[in-house]
Design a protein around this ligand. Structure first.
Ligand SMILES: Nc1ncnc2c1ncn2[C@@H]1O[C@H](COP(=O)(O)OP(=O)(O)O)[C@@H](O)[C@H]1O
Ligand SMILES: [Mg+2]
Length: 335
């Protein structure tokens, strides 16, 4: 399959309402060509609506969509050259895998020999070269989703949109398909806008994560930057676990559970406290401790070989942290 080059997408001042519901008050977003951009937000935060507006399934009340600098706001879906994958696969149940993937090419009236070649190449790309004649009902969930992915890729789209495509798959399968999607993205140079409510999936896949809340973009950035230097307590708490500790003088710091020091280590920390262990669970890489302290529940990841008294419910332990490991938030930022 030939190398293709994605195109950039820009949303400018997009507003979308459904009757009384303001799904998107005002969204500006730029996705670079070849970028893997993930919209991450809770259910109802407007992710699907935004994707549908890029694809052309929904018309915004205000604002414009640009692809490679061209205003496509009035361009019909079929002419935007965008591939789309949905959570529920949306395969045609009575058509074979081959015919499902051939469908977009038949719509575009390609010659039969070109259809055969392109479908075969694309099915090989998603490791389904031996499944041409199967019906969707004869495939596993992961195979169905890879068929849907092939159907979205077969016509060399400029942009690939994926709306919670792995939501129905179990964890191991999800990780393996994440890896395949990431490899395809790199090999094909596609621009991808991916939607998920799973922060780990967003971290695994993305160049850029865009955090959405109530139809607005709260913050965007590279996964590591957002994790290490979130701009608000909301983002810190959304991307991984975080303890928020009020400081004298009205400020607040955020501290990740992996940076919390427990037991003897805690005594040596610059800021240290005591608390009672409420609960301890073994997670393989660490013990997860819930410690009652400062009128709240503190979450700490302690080393797997921590001594039993330092991880037994009912025991009092020291805990603390080094200032260098904290995220500092201004008093006016709401949690
Ligand atoms: N067709 C529709 N009619 C009315 N309200 C809708 C429609 N589609 C979405 N909404 C509302 O718009 C908001 C955003 O929905 P959606 O984009 O589906 O969020 P997400 O994909 O993040 O879960 C929600 O409040 C939802 O109820
Ligand atoms: Mg949705």
């Amino acid at each position: 399959m030939q190398q293709q080059q994605g195109k950039d997408v820009t949303l400018a001042g997009i507003r979308k309402t459904y009757g009384e519901v303001i799904a998107l008050p005002h969204v500006d977003l730029s996705v670079r060509r070849g970028e893997f951009c993930t919209l991450l937000g809770a259910s109802g935060s407007g992710k699907t609506t935004l994707l549908k507006i890029i694809a052309g399934f929904e018309k915004p009340d205000q604002g414009s969509v640009y692809i490679a600098g061209k205003n496509v706001s009035r361009t019909p879906i079929a002419e935007r050259n965008i591939g789309m994958v949905f959570q529920n696969y949306a395969l045609f149940p009575h058509m074979s895998v081959f015919e499902n993937v051939a469908f977009p090419l038949r719509m575009r009236r390609l010659a039969e020999e070109d259809i055969k070649r392109k479908v075969s190449e694309t099915l090989a790309l998603v490791s389904l070269e031996h499944y041409h004649t199967r019906l969707p009902g004869e495939l596993s969930g992961g195979q169905q989703q890879r068929t849907a992915l092939a159907r979205a890729l077969v016509f060399n789209p400029d942009i690939l949109l994926m709306d919670e495509p792995l939501g129905a798959l179990d964890k191991n399968l999800r990780q393996s398909i994440q890896l395949q999607i990431k490899q395809l993205h790199q090999e094909l140079g596609l621009t991808v806008v991916f939607v998920t409510h799973d922060q780990e999936e967003a971290m695994n896949l993305s160049d850029t994560i865009v955090i959405m809340e109530n139809g607005s973009i709260v913050e965007s950035g590279a996964p590591e930057t957002l994790y290490r230097q979130p701009g608000s307590p909301f983002v810190a708490g959304f991307l991984g676990e975080c303890n928020f500790i009020r400081q004298d003088g009205g400020g607040m710091v955020g501290i990740r559970p992996e940076h919390l020091l427990v037991g003897r280590q805690g005594q040596l920390a610059v800021q240290h406290h005591q608390g009672e262990i409420q609960q301890a669970t073994f997670c393989g890489l660490h013990w997860k401790l819930f410690i009652a302290s400062l009128g709240q529940t503190i979450i700490a990841y302690a080393p797997p070989d921590i001594s039993p008294p330092e991880r037994t419910p009912g025991h009092i332990v020291d805990w603390g942290f080094q200032p260098a490991d904290t995220m500092v938030f201004q008093p006016d930022m709401s949690a």
